[in-house]
Write a protein that binds this ligand. Structure first.
Ligand code: DGL
Length: 259
């Protein structure tokens, strides 16, 4: 079981930002990444549709023999992970916006969250915000259109820059000192964000924390792969494989799947 792969899924290519953290922390681990790009974006869908797609992705990965599943999507985690944990025996790791560290460290007592509509309207997001951001100004912003452009490979486009400028405006007006990235596609926009934001504003995403949590859970379940042979990393998409290849710097083979 230890040599079985870690399964990772997202609505598209964004979860590769999480895969990169996991691969860097756990280079021995075999991985299977599933990009459900044909159904992206999840963030504009209703809860039931997000749950159904998460079940479909999970079953695919379980059928491939995955020993653990990383839901590398804030939208799927916040809407579906509790049900997945209830329905399947293997461990699940999720990702949600890192509100806690931002809220605890904010000096201006104002933080910004950029995420999908599906994440911002979820019960889990509401619970976490009420728990940690009490008494703080939380500027919630739906990143409408960003996932679609990233999925088209337009990461460095003027369209993206214009949208980001519009989305950051209310946050800057509120004097935020932390910007939380609540979608796994958004770390690919960090270079543009750094250019646009005043230097004192810190950008937080949860990728590294998810990788550390994955390691801890594998250890707890005695599932760490102790083999020192080169790991096998497989990538599957039901969308355009070229975009996924580019985001992986053409270092890995990407297979197209009909799922
Ligand atoms: N990467 C997904 C997330 O973290 C994108 C959501 C979407 O497909 O809208 O929320």
């Amino acid at each position: 079981m230890q040599t079985n792969p870690i399964g990772i899924f997202d609505s598209g290519i964004g979860g590769t930002s999480i895969w990169k953290e996991i691969h860097s922390l756990l280079p021995n681990e075999n991985t299977i990444y599933l990009a459900d790009s044909a159904n992206a974006p999840y963030g504009i869908k209703g809860k039931q549709a997000i749950v159904d797609l998460s079940i479909k992705n999970t079953e695919y990965l379980i059928n491939q023999g995955c020993k653990i599943i990383v839901v590398a999507c804030n939208t799927a985690t916040t809407n579906a992970i509790s049900l997945l944990r209830k329905n399947y025996d293997i461990p699940f790791i999720g990702i949600e916006p890192a509100i806690k560290p931002a809220a605890l460290n904010s000096k201006t007592k104002a933080i910004g969250i950029l995420a999908t509509k599906g994440t911002l309207s979820s019960d889990l997001f509401y619970t976490t915000t009420s728990l940690y951001a009490h008494g703080l100004k939380v500027v919630e912003q739906v990143g409408e259109g960003l996932v679609e452009l990233i999925e088209m490979g337009k990461i460095n486009s003027e369209e993206i820059k214009m949208l980001l400028k519009e989305y950051l405006k209310p946050m800057l007006e509120a004097n935020i000192d932390y910007l939380v990235l609540g979608c796994t596609h958004y770390p690919y926009l960090i270079p543009q964000l750094i250019e646009m934001l005043p230097k004192h504003i810190k950008i937080i995403d949860s990728g590294e924390a998810v990788a550390r949590q994955t390691k801890a859970v594998l250890e707890k379940h005695h599932l760490l792969n102790l083999q020192t042979t080169k790991s096998k990393c497989e990538f599957y998409t039901n969308g355009n494989p070229e975009v996924l290849k580019t985001i992986l710097d053409n270092s890995f083979e990407v297979k197209t799947l009909d799922f």
